[in-house]
Design a protein around this ligand. Structure first.
Ligand SMILES: Nc1ncnc2c1ncn2[C@@H]1O[C@H](COP(=O)(O)OP(=O)(O)OP(=O)(O)O)[C@@H](O)[C@H]1O
Length: 259
């Protein structure tokens, strides 16, 4: 069973196809990096997989068409970390993380025992125990990002779709986040995450889907996607590649001159 299947998905915005005829599937135990330049269609594709925009084609979550699922069933199948980290209200960090349990709350008001564990685990994993009683709208950008990741993890879904989750995190927290995502795979969970840091993508993802102008240009193991040719053609950059003891290193060095 696939956790997610996208079949011929297109999204039309502002009079043009921003995502065009994209198909892919996500099995259990994958960490898929969604990469591509600004405006390539990554966020739009993630939103289409959640039913958040007016997409054509078919999306299936665990073999069930998204369109036939209740909001609660969707919330139990997939969690989402949006690119925007706006928190308008002075709710406590703990309460914000607790909101991740919404799809699991019982209509009879019965206690969500699994939820208590999930919330505590998510708070510990993201290292935000000290922040738990703080109003979430007073946090720094990186702290806010970690709180929202904790909320998504508290949802305990088999699939997490994350839109640039590493943006705004310092290097230690970026690596910590990559390790958390990788640790989810051993439970059969999967993560699909848009990302701009190609070194993180090369090192931590099990697979990369490279998008350009609304199309998939490569979908394979990181080393087969992050080639000099693809980086020139899609990003217009020349990059330095090396193999360090801890994994691959990829550093964009200059603009590709096209000669
Ligand atoms: N509501 C909208 N109306 C018109 N065009 C839109 C709308 N939303 C997004 N777009 C356009 O669709 C294209 C894809 O946007 P999207 O946010 O999916 O890109 P992205 O790959 O996530 O980019 P980034 O890396 O900059 O976050 C962009 O050119 C964007 O300007």
């Amino acid at each position: 069973m696939n956790l997610l299947e996208a079949k011929a998905v297109s999204v039309r915005l502002g009079g043009r196809n921003v995502v065009e005829n994209i198909s892919f599937s996500i099995a259990a135990g994958e960490f898929v990096g969604l990469i591509g330049p600004n405006g390539a269609g990554k966020s739009t594709l993630l939103k289409a997989c959640l039913g958040l925009n007016n997409a054509s084609g078919n999306i299936l979550l665990q073999d069930t068409p998204l369109a036939e699922m209740s909001a609660q069933a969707r919330g139990r199948a997939v969690s989402y970390l949006p690119q925007e980290h706006e928190i308008a209200w002075p709710v406590s960090v703990r309460h914000l993380v607790e909101l991740g349990r919404q799809p699991w709350l019982k209509a009879d008001g019965g206690r969500d025992f699994a939820g208590r564990h999930a919330i505590a685990r998510a708070i510990a994993r993201l290292g935000i125990t000290e922040l738990a009683e703080r109003p979430a709208n007073t946090l720094s950008g990186g702290e806010r990002a970690r709180v929202l990741i904790a909320r998504a993890l508290a949802q305990t879904t088999p699939l997490l779709l994350a839109d640039e989750p590493a943006a705004g995190l310092d290097p230690a927290h970026q690596i910590g986040l990559m390790k958390i995502f990788r640790s989810l795979l051993s439970d059969g969970h999967s993560v699909v995450s848009s990302m701009h840091d190609l070194s993180l993508a090369a090192r931590w993802c099990t697979r990369l889907i490279m998008i350009d102008k609304g199309h998939i240009v490569a979908d394979d193991r990181p080393e087969n996607v992050l080639t000099a040719d693809n980086l020139r053609a899609v990003y217009g950059v020349e990059a330095f590649f090396a193999e360090a003891k801890g994994g691959p290193v990829l550093l964009p060095l200059d603009l590709y001159s096209g000669v």
